[in-house]
Design a protein around this ligand. Structure first.
Ligand code: FAD
Length: 510
């Protein structure tokens, strides 16, 4: 009987090798005997699709791609890698590949194509209308979570600006947008997770159960496990949004008003963001009418870069006049340039999906690179940042591309979670989001380095968001007092450092 079983296994292995072509030397052949072998792809057409990301600045092909049809397939792969020591291999979950610096790449290892978990399945997003939560697969895009919850009149409370990102990908960072001042980032709005650890164990965790893993994974940059399900808090979905843009020529008035809006206990604005805008960028926005655009361009031409606060007020059609009254009273307290308040009225889903809608209007070439820099800067140093970076390094408010500037309240972040933030009650997110070509990305990248250097020299206690570091000393500084816990969790849940090597925290690759 033993001989029959062995020859059956061998026959299976050989037929899989035939199908797969040349087996990569980097991977143990024992993988071929697993029952997930049909879901492993080693052909260059597939592996090159996972060799870069949205940033386009890093390239590294995996040896293989796993297209799982269930979380168990992922657990099988990780368990095998864990037990193959010393010839184990790295594994990275690939959400939607919208990282900038190769964080989801795994040179010579195995990429888990998370999207495959949800392909052709309608049971990966489940809404509880009675308890106001949604169970969403880690591979799900936020736009699909939104569409499904809206069918029940419910919606998550905290968002990213762009919804074509996965639940697992944003929860591994923080997930920030203009609602975070009130509800905290997306990681503050999670009740429970299913996680496959670096040992291949599947663990359900929450604030009450396996809480160290729960807190570690949220903002944990994929270091402790692969999120296969997240239970996310919901609230009743509003139907309409009054969407405002208020213009400022003076940075202090701009930030002063933002700080007022995020500190108010009375609920008027549900969303607060802001941008630095140059004359040339005014033309790119479909928010404004042609007349308004001309007016704003003239203001920008006169003052150089100008700023706008972007606000959103959620409401039900029946309360429209009350909303208008409240808004009118509030706007009187703000210091924007008279005559430079612009509003739109849109459906809730259009508001949340605004970046994608704008994106589909602009025909961006495909081979664009994105040397983005995202930072959190404490409120006490935001004027220094303005003078040194916006007025200085960016040559008198003349950035290349979009610049986001808006504040958060630290008390809406849970310090037990892995995400690193400045130690100050109010801090700003600054997003420098240029598009570049192969010819100018290096210039923009060196400008990013100059900004980081400036902040270090000035002793500004900033944190990078979507961080990118290449030495462990830098990572240690990044996590500060959270570093020891981070290392302890890594030892406990991914002792062989198999997961998400592209973050370069515990490995030097890619
Ligand atoms: P990927 O790039 O595929 O993966 C990111 C990291 O998470 C990798 O290390 C990967 O291994 C790991 N990972 C992926 N899935 C899982 C999982 N299920 N479990 C554990 N680890 C996993 N961020 C914001 O906060 N707010 C925004 O408004 C915002 N807007 C953006 C707009 C654009 C156009 C882009 C390109 C990015 C934006 N981001 C924003 C950043 C974005 O949240 C992060 O880059 C996020 O990681 C991308 O998600 P993804 O699904 O593409 O993840």
């Amino acid at each position: 009987a033993f001989v029959v079983v062995l020859s059956l296994v061998n026959g299976f292995v050989f037929s899989a090798v035939d199908r797969l072509g040349t087996w990569p030397a980097a991977l143990p052949e024992g993988l071929l005997a697993l029952d997930i072998v049909d879901k492993i792809h080693v052909d260059p057409d597939t592996t090159t699709r996972f060799a870069t990301d949205y940033g386009g600045l890093s390239q590294a092909a995996p040896a293989a791609v796993l297209s799982p049809s269930s979380p168990d397939d992922i657990a099988t792969l990780v368990r095998f890698a864990y037990s193959s020591s010393p010839s184990s291999f790295s594994i990275a979950a690939h959400g939607h590949g919208h990282s900038i610096r190769g964080q989801a790449l795994v040179p010579g290892g195995v990429v888990v194509d998370m999207a495959s978990l949800g392909r052709g399945r309608s049971d990966r997003i489940n809404v509880s209308s009675s308890d106001w939560y949604v169970d969403a697969g880690g591979e799900q895009l936020w736009i699909d979570v939104l569409r499904e919850t809206l069918k029940h009149g419910l919606s998550p409370r905290s968002w990213t600006d762009y919804l074509y990102l996965t639940v697992g990908g944003t929860l591994s960072n923080a997930g920030i947008s203009g609602q975070a001042f009130r509800h905290g980032p997306q990681i503050s709005n999670v009740y429970e997770l299913d996680v496959i650890t670096g040992k291949g164990d599947t663990i359900t965790c929450s604030r009450q159960e396996n809480s160290d893993l729960f807190y570690g994974v949220l903002g944990g940059l994929g270091q402790f496990g692969i999120i296969t399900r997240a239970r996310i808090a919901l609230e009743p979905a509003p139907r309409r949004v009054r969407w405002l843009r208020l213009f400022y020529t003076d940075f202090s008035s701009f930030t002063g008003d933002q700080e007022l809006l995020v500190s108010m206990t009375e609920k008027v604005f549900d969303y607060v963001e802001g941008q630095l805008l140059t004359e040339k960028d005014v033309g790119n926005s479909s928010f404004f009418s042609d007349n308004d655009r001309e007016k704003i361009k003239m203001l920008a031409a006169e003052y150089g870069g100008i700023y706008f606060v972007e606000g959103g007020v959620y409401y039900e059609p029946a309360t429209a006049s009350m909303v208008d009254q409240k808004l009118e009273t509030l706007l009187r307290r703000l210091s924007f340039v008279p005559g430079f308040a612009f509003t739109k009225d849109v459906a809730y889903i259009s508001f949340l999906n605004r970046v994608h809608e704008e994106e589909t209007h602009s025909a961006a070439p495909e081979d664009v690179l994105h040397p983005w820099l995202n930072m959190f800067v404490p409120k006490s140093r935001i004027r220094d940042f303005e003078m040194g970076v916006f007025k200085g390094i960016l040559k008198n408010n003349n950035p290349i591309g979009l610049v986001l500037i808006y504040p958060f309240n630290k008390n809406k972040w849970d310090d037990k979670m892995s995400a690193a933030i400045p130690d100050e009650e109010v801090f700003y997110t600054i997003g420098l989001l240029p598009s570049a070509t192969v010819d100018d990305w290096k210039y923009l990248d060196s400008q990013n380095d100059e900004i980081l250097r400036f902040c270090q020299q000035q002793g500004i206690d900033f944190k990078q968001y979507l961080p990118h570091y290449t030495t462990q000393t830098d990572w240690k500084n990044h996590f500060g007092p959270k570093w020891d816990v981070f290392v302890r969790l890594k030892r406990r849940y991914d002792p062989q450092a198999l997961l998400s090597p592209g973050q370069r925290i515990f490995t030097s690759s890619p």
